[in-house]
Design a protein around this ligand. Structure first.
Ligand code: HEC
Length: 105
């Protein structure tokens, strides 16, 4: 019993670390959301959206950090709708941001 609980507590403690890792599964989840929603603006740069793969557009955003990017992704800014206009949960949204960041490096 104690062992099981320790294992459960351990895996919970490790979860944030794992979900922050830029692993293939996260990027795949992010790519899926990106292609279903974010692509509408971020593939063309419509309304001033930082375009996917445009290093110059993403560099200053990446420099400001993930927290800032997530805050804009969650709450919206200018023509960027909150959560990109989706009902994606925080984790999936973050995966989409990580996917876009990975394409800008
Ligand atoms: C309706 C068009 C539109 C859609 C759809 C959209 N975006 Fe955006 N996005 C924008 C625009 C415009 C900006 C630039 C906002 C600004 O700086 O004024 C932006 C900026 C961003 C940024 C940069 C935030 C920063 O730090 O300034 C991130 C990250 C982002 N979008 C993520 C997403 C994700 C993830 C999705 C899909 C779930 C998404 N966007 C869907 C228009 C869109």
């Amino acid at each position: 019993m104690f062992k099981i609980m320790t294992a459960a507590a351990l895996s919970l403690a490790l979860l944030p670390t794992l979900s922050m890792a830029n692993n293939a599964a996260t990027l795949k989840t992010g790519e899926k959301l990106y292609k279903s929603a974010c692509v509408a603006c971020h593939s063309t740069g419509a309304a001033g959206a930082p375009k996917l793969g445009n290093k110059k557009a993403w560099a200053p955003l990446i420099a400001r950090g993930m927290d800032e990017m997530m805050s804009v992704a969650l709450n919206g800014k200018g023509a960027m709708p909150a959560r990109g206009g989706t009902k994606a949960d925080d984790e999936t949204l973050r995966a989409a941001v990580e996917y876009m960041v990975s394409r800008a490096q």
